[in-house]
Ligand binder design. Structure first.
Ligand code: SAH
Ligand code: SF4
Length: 454
């Protein structure tokens, strides 16, 4: 990773003495700008550590499988956390207070070890340690691109799926923010024809614990818990506070088909005493599960992104087959009624650019006509091809023409840099390129998360 290849405004955290935590089994691919590190849980070396956890590293993989036999306290809402404590013998009158303390340790300080919870009596800590775990999922691989994008491949237990499951979580640092792209399911029941995940059947939903764990692992690895140490040379935003400042539910899966777990996870993520992300900095992306859209606004209150991808039903039926059930007009009615919608809280419409399919000037004009009157942003996403996909990405000139029409209609420039020529990949196909992250991934990722906060 060299500072010379980084976007000028991203800062590299100053180097510190000592070997990189990734050097033990890391490899730098020749001719590539990506460093892939396959982590072997049995050979973990130093990893970022929360300052508040002096006794043991909060390394994602370091704490990986330990405690797999004990239930985790991660991913429980406050009342459920208090209940779990009561069931473990914490007296009723103490349970709420204890839950509050533990909540802060888990989510604000990011500790992975009960012994670090210094405001809890020693014997209580020992009891917690015996009964529960805060272990992270196994971190199988970490990829670091020269522009700072990071991918983590995480392995979760089978939970009825027959075998352990793997998902990817991606971190995209930009000047003023660091966005984490989080998965909600392993596979997907929907079959969008341009999406690689759509070719993989649903293995299972992720639990709230597993969704929240993706955020905690990212903070672990980036040293983003209070007092944490950021590894040498990490690209981070230069403005703003936390390194993970935004979340987009744009990884694998359809979040609104896993509503309860996603809801719990996002309420935890937006809790001010824990992970502490404003709901305006959390975006949920849906392919258009109309009946769940109002509940998303009412019960979770996060920003909404809608994968529109076409301005007429005939085309959208092919790209997003769910359109046959909830056609564009129905979808847009649900969008107009989205709780909290205003010019300050717009819906992001995602539009993947597919050569000869949805990318003509007429399509662009139809798109802006369709969205008239809805407080909206439009994100044009260069298609990220995958082996066997039936589509190609639109030519750059075509994308620019399309963008001009969208811009003239008053939407901010959705494609921001010419780097699009070089970039591949979108969260929708995260797992398929596990061993390599090409430089051209970046634009698709950046385009997807563009404008997902204000
Ligand atoms: N299931 C949800 C969220 C996950 S997909 C949804 O469909 O919205 C996140 C985004 O990636 C969606 O907008 C999806 O359409 C887009 N996407 C999927 N595959 C892609 C590809 N190959 N190239 C570009 N964008 C893609
Ligand atoms: Fe599922 Fe979203 Fe991919 Fe469609 S685009 S198959 S809903 S992950």
């Amino acid at each position: 990773m060299g500072a010379d290849t980084a976007p000028p405004s991203l800062a590299e955290r100053p180097g510190r003495t000592g070997a990189s935590p990734f050097s033990a089994s890391g490899t730098r691919q020749s001719g590539s700008e990506t460093m892939t590190v396959v982590l072997d849980a049995t050979r973990q070396t130093e990893a970022p550590r929360a300052a508040a956890a002096p006794a043991s590293p909060s390394a994602a993989a370091g704490a990986s499988t330990a405690g797999a036999d004990r239930p985790s306290l991660i991913g429980l809402e406050r009342p459920a956390l208090a209940e779990a404590l009561k069931a473990a013998g914490v007296p009723e009158r103490q349970a709420r207070m204890r839950a509050s303390q533990i909540w802060q340790w888990i989510y604000h300080y990011g500790v992975t070890d009960f012994s670090a919870m210094t405001n809890i009596a020693k014997d209580s800590r020992a009891m917690l340690q015996e009964r529960f775990t805060l272990a992270r999922p196994e971190l199988v691989a970490e990829q670091i691109s020269s522009d700072g994008t990071r991918k983590w491949l995480l392995r979760f237990p089978p939970r009825g799926a027959g075998r352990p499951v793997e998902v990817e979580t991606v971190y995209i640092p930009e000047v003023g923010r660091g966005t984490l792209c989080v998965s909600s399911q392993v596979g997907c029941t929907l079959t969008c024809s341009f999406c690689h995940t759509g070719t993989q059947t649903l293995v299972r939903n992720l639990t709230a614990e597993e969704i929240v764990a993706q955020i905690l692992v990212a903070r672990d690895r980036l040293g983003d818990h209070p007092g944490g140490r950021t590894p040498d040379g990490t690209m981070v935003p230069t403005e703003g506070g936390r390194l993970v400042s935004n979340i987009v539910m744009m990884g694998m899966g359809e979040p609104l088909y896993n509503f309860d777990h996603v809801k719990t996870a996002l309420l935890i993520a937006s809790d001010g005493e824990g992970i502490g992300l404003s709901r305006r900095r959390i975006t949920l992306s849906t392919s258009g599960v109309v009946p769940m859209i109002a509940r998303t606004g009412e019960e979770i209150g996060v920003m909404l992104a809608v994968s529109l991808h076409a301005a007429n039903d005939a085309t959208r039926d092919v790209l997003v087959p769910l359109n046959k059930k909830y056609p564009i007009a129905t979808l847009l009615d649900a969008c107009r009624a989205y709780p909290g919608l205003s010019n300050a809280r717009r819906i992001t419409f995602e539009y993947v650019m597919l050569k000869g399919v949805n990318d003509s000037p007429a399509d662009a004009r139809a798109l802006v006509r369709l969205l008239r009157g809805i407080p909206a942003k439009i994100n044009l996403i260069p298609f990220n091809p995958w082996p066997g996909s039936a589509y190609e990405c639109s030519d750059w000139e075509t994308i620019e023409k399309f963008a001009d029409i969208v811009n003239e209609a008053g939407y901010a420039s959705p494609i921001r840099t010419p780097r699009g020529r070089d970039i591949l990949a979108a969260c929708g196909q995260l797992k398929s390129e596990t061993q390599r992250m090409r430089a051209r991934e970046r634009l698709a990722l950046e385009a997807m998360v563009a404008g997902t906060d204000d």
